[in-house]
Each structure stands twice: as C-alpha cells, then as structure tokens.
Write a protein that binds this ligand. Structure first.
Ligand code: ADP
Ligand code: ADP
Length: 239
C-alpha cells in the first residue's frame, strides 16, 4: 500500500499566486522520487503542503492512512514528526553543537528555530552519535555547526532528519548551494541512508541529470502543475 497519497493538492497564496494546481500522486514505502522543474514551478510548495508547513487551499494528503485535511493540530504534529525535512540552507542552529542539532530531530523539529532544545535521554544521545557516525561526521560531533563546511552542514541536516526516525524524508533543493563534488557526496549519503533504512524520499532538484542518477521515479512540475510522473528512462528532454 502507498505510504503517501497526494490528491488534487492545490495552493493559492494570499496574493493570488497559484503555486500548486491539482497535483496527485502516490508514493510507495522506500520509494526514492525526485521532483524536477524550474525555479518557481511549485516544488517547494508541494513539499511544504505535504508536511503542512504550508496550508493547502485544495485537495488532501494522506500519510500512513491519516488524512491531513481533517487532522487536528495535534495529529498534524504527529504526521510532521514522521517526515524528516532537509533544506537548501541547512537550517542548523549555528551556535550549538552538531550533536545538539541532530538531537533536535528527536523533537520532530522542522522550520525556523524557536529556542529551547529540551532534554534528551542517554539512548537518544547514543542514537544521535551513531547516526553521525553513519554519515562520516564522528569527528564533528562536538563542533559547533558554524565551524563546519557546507557539505558537512548538510550531512548534519540529513542526520537530524534521520533522528526523527522518519518514514519519509522531504528534501528541498538539498544540493542547490553546493559545488558538484560536494553535491554528489550529499546525494550519495541521502540515497544510501534511505535505501538502508527503507525510508521513502522526495527530493526537489533542478538538475535533471542528478535526478536521473538517483531517483527511480521522477515528478516533473511546471507552473504549479504536474507535467510528468514516471521512470527516469521515460523522461524526454522537453518538459
Ligand atoms: P520552486 O520550489 O519550484 O522554486 P515555489 O513553490 O517556491 O517553487 O514557488 C511557486 C510559486 O509560488 C512561485 O511563483 C513563487 O513566487 C510563489 N510563492 C512561493 N511562496 C510564496 C509565498 N509565501 N507567497 C506568495 N507566493 C509564493
Ligand atoms: P567539504 O569539506 O569540501 O565541504 P564535505 O564536508 O562534504 O566536503 O565532505 C568531504 C569528505 O567527507 C570527503 O572526503 C568524503 O569522502 C567524506 N564523507 C562524506 N560522507 C561520508 C560518510 N558517510 N562516511 C565517511 N566519509 C564521508
């Protein structure tokens, strides 16, 4: 059964911009999908409507059988907790340790920083450390986030998402700020982690070639509409 069902999802921002129009698709558990499209196509809005960082104006999302349009605020928080989010700008708390940033995932954190970091159990800390090890960041565990390179910061972003024990990872242009060599390291890590843990992933990318390299499923967006949904090998040059 599908883990995620997106049904006729639409978003019109208050200024009248139709960022998303009638988008429907389903995602199987463990599936690795890439959303491609030019800047402004609606990729980011799509991911943010899926985890309710943005309130859709039409349609619905079902995740693990729960329909989010009818969900209470509490249920929305529970849904969001199962979806790890990775950002173009990493969104780390710059002045605290890498470990603290990763543990923040345990709180089901997404979106802008709001202060308090909370207390964590010994098991939580051990799990966060082992996640950092899996991402090759053992040496960085006690460094401050702002001491890290961009590529390292994004690996912390992946680690934080993983610390949520997510069923789905939503990655919004995770490599757009990185050079090609570092971008490859990030995509390799993200792809490997999702495969090893059976986590489904939707990654927004604007480079078609990168999408084809990693994804088994491509969703093409243009002007808020889905214009392609299929295998990479069926993608034509003209989108
Ligand atoms: P992408 O991620 O593909 O670049 P976005 O989802 O960011 O696309 O944007 C889709 C459209 O919605 C664009 O025209 C963008 O300018 C507009 N948009 C995005 N966020 C907002 C917002 N908060 N208010 C108004 N318009 C927005
Ligand atoms: P830069 O410092 O240039 O931004 P990165 O910090 O992204 O580059 O990482 C570069 C180094 O980290 C490379 O040597 C790469 O092989 C290593 N690396 C990346 N991911 C892992 C991993 N999961 N395990 C071990 N080493 C890794």
């Amino acid at each position: 059964a599908a883990i995620l069902q997106v049904e006729r999802l639409s978003k019109k921002y208050s200024d009248g911009t139709a960022a998303l129009s009638d988008v429907s698709f389903e995602l199987e558990p463990g599936e690795f999908a890439a959303v491609i499209g030019l800047s402004g196509a609606g990729k980011s809005t799509l991911l943010r409507c899926i985890n309710r960082l943005v309130e859709p104006t039409g349609g619905d999302v079902s995740f693990g059988g729960v329909r989010s349009a009818k969900a209470s605020a509490h249920e929305v928080r529970l849904l969001r907790r199962q979806m790890g989010m990775i950002f173009q700008g990493y969104n780390l708390i710059q002045r605290v340790s890498v470990l603290r940033n990763v543990l923040h995932g345990r709180l089901g954190y997404v979106g802008p920083v709001r202060g308090a970091l909370g207390l964590f159990s010994k098991q939580d800390v051990e799990e966060a450390k082992s996640i950092l090890k899996r991402l090759g960041l053992e040496q960085q565990t006690y460094k401050r986030a702002d001491e890290l390179s961009g590529g390292q910061q994004q690996r912390v972003g992946i680690a934080r998402a993983l610390c949520q024990r997510p069923k789905l990872i939503l990655a919004d242009e995770p490599i757009a700020s990185l050079d090609p060599v570092t971008a490859k390291i990030i995509m390799d890590n993200l792809h490997r982690i999702c495969r090893e843990d059976g986590i489904a992933c939707i990654v927004n990318l604007h480079q078609v070639e990168v999408a084809k390299t990693y994804a088994t499923r491509i969703i093409g967006m243009r002007k808020g509409k889905m214009v392609f949904d299929g295998r990479p090998e069926d993608l034509t040059d003209r989108m």
